[in-house]
Design a protein around this ligand. Structure first.
Ligand code: CUO
Length: 670
């Protein structure tokens, strides 16, 4: 029997699908929507009662995570999918719905018999984390008065969390991009910090935590910085001084249905009352009793070695970042959680509770307390800039790459160019696009047929890289690595290598093989062609939003940067950027494992890894920009070897809003 659609119902609102067989839900549902489940011995879910049905659930709160881990284990422990269905349907009406949704998703992603199942995306399960309640109630209204084909999309307002008085509001298209918030949620779902070994232990997990967030910091602090330069804003400041007030306020204007509360706001210039916030957090956690500041200094002073039991663990090599990533986050793979605490998660919470640190007003956590919403808040980037600073400090302690490590004998990149649809050369063009997303599965009473909402998001004109390569030696395979960075800083000065190093965003990484007719032939020249939509860092818009049954989405497959945000926004006059292309020797990059492209969901290996496989590139993530430049390299031009090329690019933003249908005409005109 196919249980996939039945499991899907479990993610829908408990108020209209009734599961029968556990004597539980006779209160709900109509006769049509009854799922009969097998009788099993009823489990004990009392451990989850600490968290009320209508409270918020946060992966950053230790006690919530402990409940989630236990629930995941319960879901993983039953033998068959049929029993899982019984167990989960019983649990669904008893456990906090966010806790339930998270734990069931993790279990389904990691059970051998369910990991290939299609699941509804998080947007459908909990739309109120992404869409305001007012828009949802309009959608409910529309879907009840109009038939399927006649329903008009409910348009989501954009950039409405602040007025122009708030400079951060210029970046609404970035922070409030639903796809990006989903990508972040999905990353954390695919890489849980705690739980059984088979759930947590993924190849180079800690390094991936560093790299995904660094790229969120190259696409967010840095690319957000990149975006900031495009919008004439200064770069994001690290949130390293916890005694000073946080300038940026944030008023989310998202309301949650389940907890019947608004996400609390944070006023401008509020101070983190670290001591008091800790009391609040300790109410939720056991381990996080260490004060933040000394902890930070402990990290900084032992950058080379982490004391672990009585031994020390050396960080002084390319595997150090993996240990540090897991420890700083911290995941269960931390070298010593009692000693190093829970720095990253703890900061999320100290900020998330700073509007009510001693719980006197009984307010729930702010958006920083949930990985589905935290990227909306400007302070997210400041906090992660601080966390990234620890990783940068570590990377700075490693020796620069030698010429041998960077070069590729006999192989030369002669030139690179970018051809954007519509005929422009070495120009990226961005614009706004409106897309309709079906959220029918997320409404209180699922209507028959789709109910669209209309979102406005950044988009770019499709483009192709053309990379002219020469090879003077025998036939070789190479890894092509493509990065983009702004050329100048916010004051208009050309950045030095070591400054610019933090701003490179990875655009694509692929293996030039025979099969793809991209091999670099013996003694010859060849032009490699690569289309923008093939990028190994992004997933298509449809995938980000796909609902079960349509494109066969699997949760793991939803991990990946949303393709519409591949290119930074640019500006009307054009922002000067540089495109860096490097080909490294695949023989030194190769990870010995079978063909992993068949593991499913291998679309965004650069940021998400590949399911059930090792990270498919031996080089440190972020290579070759993760380490400081070699001696004598002042600017990127000094760094270039024959297997690299640098191309000036301009990024233009067209201030128009198009749809998928109207854009091809418009682009042809540009
Ligand atoms: Cu993803 Cu802080 O880790 O949000």
């Amino acid at each position: 029997e196919n249980f996939s659609p039945l499991l899907t119902f479990l993610f829908q609102n408990p108020l209209y699908i009734r599961f029968e067989g556990q004597k539980l839900a006779d209160r709900f549902g109509d006769e049509e929507n009854v799922v009969r489940v097998k009788k099993i011995p009823l489990p004990d879910f009392t451990f989850s009662e600490q968290l009320g049905r209508r409270e918020g659930f946060s992966l950053f709160i230790q006690s919530h995570v402990s409940m989630a881990v236990q629930l995941v284990e319960t879901f993983m422990s039953v033998d068959t999918v049929e029993e899982l269905l019984s167990l989960a349907s019983y649990c669904r009406d008893r456990v906090n719905p966010y806790l339930f949704g998270y734990a069931l998703s993790v279990a389904l992603m990691h059970r051998n018999d369910t990991k290939y199942l299609s699941l509804p995306p998080h947007l459908q399960a909990f739309p109120e984390k992404f869409i305001s309640e007012s828009a949802l109630s309009l959608a409910t209204e529309e879907s009840s008065i109009a038939n399927d084909a006649e329903r008009l999309p409910v348009e989501l307002p954009t950039g409405r969390t602040a007025s122009d008085l708030e400079p951060e509001n210029k970046l609404w298209y970035f922070r409030e991009d639903i796809g990006m918030n989903l990508a972040h949620w999905n990353w954390h779902l695919a890489h849980p910090a705690r739980g059984e070994t088979r759930v947590v232990k993924k190849d180079r997990r800690g390094e991936l935590f560093y790299y995904f967030h660094q790229q969120i910091l190259a696409r967010l602090v840095q690319l957000y910085n990149f975006e900031r330069f495009c919008n004439n804003l200064p770069r994001t400041k690290k949130l390293g001084d916890w005694r000073s007030p946080i300038e940026e306020g944030y008023f989310p204007k998202l309301d949650t249905l389940v907890s019947s509360k608004n996400w609390p706001p944070r006023f401008s210039n509020i101070r983190l009352r670290v001591g008091i916030a800790i009391i609040r957090i300790v109410l939720h956690t056991i381990q996080d009793i260490i004060e933040l500041h000394p902890l930070f200094f402990r990290f900084m002073s032992i950058m080379e070695h982490l004391p672990f039991k009585r031994k020390t663990v050396s960080l002084n090599n390319s595997r150090g970042i993996n240990i540090l990533g897991n420890t700083v986050e911290s995941s269960v793979l931390s070298v010593n959680a009692n000693f190093y605490g829970n720095l990253h998660n703890f900061g999320h919470l100290a900020i998330a509770f700073c509007h009510d640190p001693d719980n006197r007003f009984l307010e729930s956590f702010g958006v920083m307390g949930d990985s589905a919403t935290s990227m909306r808040d400007p302070v997210f980037y400041r906090w992660h800039a601080f966390i990234n600073g620890i990783f940068v400090e570590h990377k700075n302690s490693l020796p620069p790459y030698t010429k041998e490590k960077l070069s590729f004998t006999d192989v030369q990149v002669l030139w690179t160019e970018v051809n954007t649809l519509g005929g422009s050369k070495n120009k990226f063009i961005t614009f706004l696009q409106q897309s309709d997303i079906d959220i029918s599965g997320g409404l209180d009473f699922t209507p028959k047929g789709p109910m669209p909402i209309r979102i406005t998001h950044l988009q770019h004109a499709p483009f192709t890289y053309r990379i002219r390569v020469a090879n003077k030696g025998p036939q070789r395979i190479g890894t092509v690595r493509i990065f983009l960075a702004p050329k100048e800083d916010e004051r208009g000065h050309t950045m030095t290598f070591n400054e610019q190093r933090h701003f490179w965003i990875e655009m694509d990484r692929f293996i030039a093989t025979n099969k793809l007719l991209l091999s670099i032939v013996r003694n010859g020249n060849r032009t490699l062609l690569r289309r923008s939509n093939e990028s190994s860092v992004t997933i298509p818009l449809e995938r980000t939003f796909s609902s079960m049954g349509k494109t066969g989405s699997q949760q793991y497959c939803s991990c990946g940067w949303p393709h519409n945000l591949l290119v930074p926004k640019g500006s009307l006059q054009g922002i000067e950027a540089q495109l860096f292309v490097m080909i490294s020797d695949y023989e030194t990059d190769r990870v010995n494992q079978g063909d992993v492209s068949q593991n499913g969901c291998a679309d965004s290996p650069a940021y998400c890894g590949v399911r059930d496989a090792r990270y498919p590139d031996k080089k440190p993530m972020g290579f070759p920009f993760d380490r400081p430049g070699p001696r004598g390299v002042r600017f990127i031009s000094h760094f270039l070897l024959p297997n690299m090329a640098l191309t000036p690019i301009k990024i233009y933003f067209k201030n128009v809003t198009l749809t998928l249908q109207t854009q091809s005409l418009a682009i042809a005109d540009w």
